[in-house]
Each structure stands twice: as structure tokens, then as C-alpha cells.
Ligand binder design. Structure first.
Ligand code: GDP
Length: 320
């Protein structure tokens, strides 16, 4: 297994790119809770990371010792399928510019967040890190996946050529407070929470869910992911990316049932099979992560309740 680096100095300046997003905001909460005293969040309104000059100037002005790269253009299966050009180009630009800027600023510790969609569509299950680049990708998000694979290769290259102690984490599907709730652009979990909640409030008898219900997915609460990121920065220093998951999956049909129960919807569930299913199964092999001594703490039923509460308090229209 990997060499264990020295734990991060709690007074080091940590730059979290993508700090207004689901993952970036959770990483900031975690760093602050763990006693980091100099945490800087970069939102897209603070710096446009698709602009190389802006990225260089910004990172030079912050002078971080550590960078967490949670900046990305993200979206669910429909958004990825509809806008592959933006998913490819923006993600390539963001990570290339941020890495070049971090290197120019002599940043020795960096964590890049990839995604489990980098693995081949028909990878063995659970998916080990060694499955990377062993087969064709799922077509609905191949542009995003190729960009993330380029990011993994870039991190490895900075390690090899310049000796940087940069690492990659590959999270499974992430959800939690702060998620994007949008009927067409969201990932499945927030999309269903919103749709089932609205159906319960309006008294609708039926909720339509996309696909056949048979694909299987694994979900990690964003606070668990943030904890894992910090744990890896403290304990992991190796070119192999680390899968970050919970080690269990469920079918979309089971997820729909659990979401219905969470929000109190008792009507029918209908399946729109004209919508794509995407990858049949995506369960990560988390033995490498477990080998570093980390385990998730938040189960899906609890996480769904938290996320539903956050949605009701922050996103759902107030009852008139
Ligand atoms: P993926 O994990 O990259 O495929 O991304 P998603 O989270 O968008 O979709 C996961 C699975 O949930 C796919 O099989 C979708 O067809 C299914 N799904 C069911 N209903 C929905 C929905 O309302 N929104 C989304 N995004 N996916 C849905």
C-alpha cells in the first residue's frame, strides 16, 4: 500500500476549488471542523478556472500549501448526454489550468476529485482501481469521463515528472445537503427526492421515474466523502487513484421506494423506459480505501432524511 505522508499542518493554507458546489462546500465544513485555520474557498464567481491566466494569478495570490480540486462542470445522465462538448471542454480546461497554477505556485499537496464514471461500462463489480482504461466507456457520459481520466493522468504525470505529492479520489455517486435539485439536470437521488416530495405535496397519484429501475448505483453522503478526502490527504501518497464509496449498492427501483418512504409518498411509481438506463451497475471496490483505515459513517436512510430536510428548508417552495 501507499507511503503515508506527514499529516497536513492545520495552519497551512488550503484552497478548495469549487467551494460553492456540493462537494467543495462539504470539504470546507470538514476542514473547519477539523481545526484548519486558513481555508480559502474559490467559487466560479471568484475565479474563472477555464481561463488559464486568471487561474495562475488567483492561485499565486492565495499562495496555498494544499489544493483540493472539487471544481467541475457536473450533471446527471440527461445533462451529460445533451451537452458533451461543454462537459469535455470545461472540465479539461478547469483541471489543466488549476494544476498548472498549483505547480507554478509550488503546491506540493493536491487532491483531485474524479468520478466512478471513469471506469469501463462493463467493468467487473465491485470495480477495482485497476479497471481504469481496460474497456469502452458508457456512451451517455463518455465526454465527462475522458476529461476526468485526463485529470488522473495529469496528476500521475506531475508526480512522475516533478515529484509532486498529488493524489486522486474517485467518488461513487455523491448526494447530500447542498445538492442541485433540478428536474432535468440533477443526478438521480436529488431528482427523485424533489419529484416525490412535490407529488406528496400536490397529492399526485403517480410519480414517473426514468429507465427500467434495474440499474444499480452506490451512494455516498457528501459529509462522508469530505471526511474521506481529508483522511486521504493525511494518510495516502500514491499514484493509484483511490475509490471512495460505501461498499453497497441498490437498484434504482429500490432507491425510488426508499425516497417515497422518506418523503411520505404512498402513490404509484411508473417507469419511463424511453429514458436511458446508463451503466448497468456501478459499485466500487473500496478495499484500498479501507486499507487506509477509513469507513463511512452515514447510512442511506439517514442521509436521505438529512437531504430531504435540507431540501425542504432551502429549496422547496414555501407552502402558500
Ligand atoms: P449516472 O449514475 O451517471 O447514470 O447518473 P444519474 O444519477 O443521472 O442516473 C442514474 C440512474 O438513475 C440512471 O439509470 C437513470 O436513468 C436513473 N434515473 C431514474 N430517474 C431519474 C431522474 O429523474 N433523473 C436522473 N438523473 N436519473 C434518473
Amino acid at each position: 500500500m501507499s507511503a503515508s505522508p506527514p499529516a497536513l499542518d492545520r495552519s497551512a493554507t488550503v484552497l478548495v476549488a469549487g467551494s460553492s458546489g456540493l462537494v467543495g462546500s462539504a470539504v470546507i465544513r470538514r476542514l473547519e471542523a477539523r481545526g484548519f485555520t486558513s481555508v480559502v474557498g474559490a467559487r466560479s464567481t471568484d475565479v474563472d478556472l477555464t481561463d488559464a491566466r486568471a487561474a495562475l494569478d488567483y492561485v499565486a495570490s492565495v499562495r496555498p500549501a494544499v489544493v483540493v480540486d472539487a471544481a467541475a462542470r457536473v450533471g446527471g445522465i440527461a445533462a451529460n448526454d445533451a451537452e458533451p462538448v461543454e462537459f469535455l471542454n470545461d472540465n479539461l480546461r478547469i483541471q489543466t489550468n488549476l494544476f498548472a497554477a498549483a505547480h507554478a505556485a509550488d503546491v506540493d499537496r493536491l487532491l483531485f476529485l474524479g468520478s466512478s464514471c471513469i471506469y469501463p461500462k462493463h467493468a467487473p463489480q465491485p470495480i477495482p482501481e485497476s479497471a481504469l482504461l481496460t474497456g469502452p466507456l458508457e456512451e451517455t457520459n463518455d465526454a465527462y469521463a475522458i476529461a476526468k481520466i485526463a485529470g488522473v493522468t495529469a496528476v500521475r504525470s506531475y508526480r512522475r515528472q516533478y515529484g509532486r505529492r498529488w493524489i486522486c479520489a474517485m467518488p461513487t455517486n455523491v448526494y447530500g445537503p447542498g445538492d442541485t435539485f433540478h428536474p432535468a439536470r440533477s443526478h438521480v437521488l436529488p431528482a427523485l427526492l424533489q419529484r416525490f416530495h412535490e407529488a406528496r405535496v400536490s397529492g399526485a397519484e403517480e410519480v414517473v421515474v426514468w429507465g427500467t429501475g434495474t440499474p444499480r448505483r452506490e451512494f455516498i453522503h457528501v459529509d462522508d466523502l469530505a471526511a474521506a478526502c481529508l483522511h486521504l490527504l493525511d494518510h495516502y501518497d500514491d499514484p493509484t487513484p483511490v475509490n471512495v464509496g460505501v461498499g453497497e449498492d441498490l437498484s434504482i427501483a429500490e432507491l425510488a421506494g426508499l425516497v417515497a418512504e422518506t418523503v411520505g409518498f404512498t402513490g404509484r411509481i411508473a417507469w419511463d423506459t424511453t429514458r436511458p438506463d446508463g451503466t448497468p451497475r456501478k459499485l466500487l471496490d473500496v478495499s484500498r480505501l479501507r486499507g487506509t483505515g477509513w469507513r463511512p459513517a452515514i447510512g442511506l436512510p439517514q442521509g436521505l432524511r438529512d437531504t430531504h430536510r435540507w431540501y425542504v428548508e432551502n429549496v422547496a417552495p414555501a407552502p402558500s
